[in-house]
Design a protein around this ligand. Sequence first.
Ligand code: LFR
Length: 480
Amino acid sequence: SAVKSYAAVDLGASSGRVMVGRVGPEGLELTEAHRFANRPVRTPEGLRWDVLSLYAGVLDGLRAAGRVDSVGVDSWAVDYGLLDADGALLGNPVHYRDPRTEGVAEKVWDTLPAQELYAATGLQYAPFNTLYQLVAARGTAQLAAARRLLLVPDLLTHWLTGEQGTELTNASTTQLIDPRTRDWSREVADRLGIDLGLFPPLRRPGDPAGLLRPEVLQETGLTGPVPVTAVGSHDTASAVAAVPASGERFAYICTGTWSLAGLELTAPVLTEESRAANFTNELGLDGTVRYLRNIMGLWLLQECLRAWGDPDLDGLLAQAAGMPALRSVVDAGDPAFLAPGRMPERITAACRASGQPVPGTPAEVTRCILDSLALAHRRAVLDAQRLAGQSVDVVHVVGGGTRNALLCRLTADACGLPVVAGPAEAAALGNVLVQARADGLVGDLAGMRGLLARTQPLTRYEPRGGTDAWRAAEARLADR
Ligand code: LFR
């Protein structure tokens, strides 16, 4: 038959999964082969990714997946592994929430002003951009010994195939890419003394990335040859590719550990206004730009749940749903919430500092978080339209947060627009569809989205009431 199977390796900040997508001319079906925890480890040197355990999870997943026609790998952005002259990994990749980048951006801006950096790269300020991580690592023995830098999905792809490349959508999060030329910004790298020679050549979603090594075939029980295809290796790029939109008048919110909210554009917005609003221009499929803002996302809730000893989430959400809206809100874009630990205390402290009622019970804190996220979604969707001069009439919510009905409902209310929620496994689906496309099974981005809209269960939330209360809450935060 014409049905083919693709394995999507999708690594998130708290879990990894290997999903199998079966794609035919009219069908698309996704099943989970294997899911595993991604537990960062605090070592004496700082917060590190346990990349060996992730690789072991990938191999377990491929074994469980069975016969597949190709494999694609995507993960969170910005982080990387360094290889020495023998090709050996130099230490565990540093976690983007590690504090080593504190205060680094400010020093970089002394050499290369923030305005110039934005005009050249279009990237938001985030302390963890690869550029700042590399400046933070300057002078270390590890960086001195490094001959190669591989972004996390490129590192895993290298271990699977033996080949090296730098996938473009993820490269665009390094802050070393010019979004107009879609190539390295040599000027930025030179001025900051960053050696672009560390990066292997760029490759684009759909490009071949090698074949599974014989040892990998043996260990997973797969029969070769099994090609690996470059996908949108930044998870958010894969997720945006899987937004089941028709037409162009849509905003999207990719929800999970982060909320990434914005628009798909055909050209970057590099204005000073856009920089001040901290919008980023990351690269998407087929020449598109992911014009979006990073919002702390369900990380706020995940960290609270951890602090509370992991109580039953459904019970907590049911209680939160019955509470009055917008009693107190925090700024869910505030980098103050980036580091792990003591999240309930940090949230209540922010409410107190802004003179709002202080949430007490876990259900009250949960409600405060969800109201705050919905409010941040509203601001991002409105700001993106204004800054890009492009308006929308629907908001697509994709990713794990679509399972949180309260969050979707509040987002519709806050935006004053219908929300279409789903698919939850958007990143894996975008990953699968890029592989299917490289195989000639699906057409362009619009074709991929049409297939998703026809095959994936979606839930629609109509906005209730006006947006006055949200506007007022917004003013409350702005006054701080
Ligand atoms: C989401 C994501 C975001 C990126 C953040 C850190 O998983 O990839 O897009 O800003 O993680 O890498």
